[in-house]
Design a protein around this ligand. Structure first.
Ligand code: FAD
Length: 287
């Protein structure tokens, strides 16, 4: 099913992100984990795609596993380090596999790569345009950044590019993780003011270890509120306590979003079914 239709028909949706294994050795266990997450019956499950090719091989297979569990799936696709031919091939693979939803991404610029790229792709908007041509009936998502993309000069410029990406054919947007809902509400207001009218899914990352928190800051540059730092300081040495605290923090963020009319939430599960299940359990009476 197309995600645009799901979002239209349901005021509150909890969807989830999974990632493929880095090596063949872990393929079977990751596939089993993903199926466990799909059996929780989220609104849809998306599967990431490694920009450098490292974890790109299994995105389509895993997306098919998700559909076999009766859940809509979305395949991520990046373009920055790809040739045009390989991108066309991947779009054709996704279409042939019956996957109706694609998250169109640029990907991070690999270290040492010349930019603008001699290989053609510079921004996700070009990928959105290619998908629209090759697979017109696909539902296309794009990424957006409540605290601005790290490469952008300022928020206004970043929002202008988001508007162009949506006008090129994105049906919805999913945000980068954020840990302070006020940042999301302010961003949503600015997107709407700029004329972006598509659904914006709030990306929520349950922080279940101190290491993961440090990595999140490193990758996304997002602000960590003092409340979350306090949890990591107090419970960071106890995996069980930190997991429980992280699930509760994420659940609280989600409840606040839903209470404020922002009902479409995308949970970065980090391939942890017990974390995804813990969040859904905390929302039982609300969903
Ligand atoms: P773009 O939309 O191209 O934006 C990148 C930068 O370029 C921004 O600063 C923007 O303002 C600027 N820009 C855009 N258009 C123009 C223009 N026309 N002219 C000048 N500047 C412009 N990475 C992966 O490798 N695999 C994944 O599966 C993956 N999944 C993700 C899922 C989500 C929900 C999010 C939020 C990110 C994900 N990423 C993933 C990370 C993403 O690839 C990086 O953040 C990447 O650096 C930017 O990708 P983008 O699609 O947002 O790029």
């Amino acid at each position: 099913m197309k995600i645009s239709e799901i979002l239209k028909s349901e005021p509150i949706t909890i969807s989830m992100e999974v990632f493929p294994p880095k090596s063949d050795v872990k393929l079977d266990s990751v596939r089993a984990t993903v199926r466990e997450i799909a059996r929780l019956k989220p609104a849809f499950v998306s599967c990431t795609y490694g920009a450098g090719g490292g974890t790109s091989r299994y995105t389509v297979e895993i997306s098919q596993d998700i559909m076999e569990e009766g859940v809509a799936s979305m395949a991520h696709l990046t373009c920055i380090s790809s040739t045009r031919d390989s991108v066309h091939e991947q779009i054709a693979r996704i279409k042939e596999a019956g996957i109706q939803n694609i998250l169109a991404l640029r990907g991070d610029i690999p270290a040492g790569m010349d930019f603008p790229s001699p290989r053609y792709y510079e921004h996700a908007i070009q990928l959105v345009e290619e998908i629209r041509k090759d697979y017109p009936e696909a539902c296309i998502g794009g990424a957006c950044y409540p605290e601005k993309h790290p490469d952008a000069f300022n928020k206004d410029e970043d929002i202008r590019h988001i508007k162009e990406k949506v006008d090129a054919g994105c049906d919805f947007l999913t945000t980068q993780m954020f840990f302070n809902n006020s940042i999301y509400y302010n961003y949503l207001y600015r997107l709407r003011e700029a004329g972006v009218t598509v659904p914006i899914l709030a990306g929520i990352m349950p922080v279940t270890s101190r290491r993961q928190m440090e990595r999140s800051i490193q990758l996304s540059g997002c602000v960590i509120p003092p409340e979350l730092t306090a949890l990591a300081d107090r419970f960071g040495d106890s995996p069980e306590a930190m997991q429980q605290a992280g699930i509760l923090y994420a659940s609280h963020q989600i409840i606040d979003l839903i209470a404020n009319g922002c009902g479409h939430i995308h949970v970065y599960t980090m391939n942890k079914p017990e974390v995804a299940a813990g969040i859904l359990n905390n929302l039982k009476g609300i969903l």
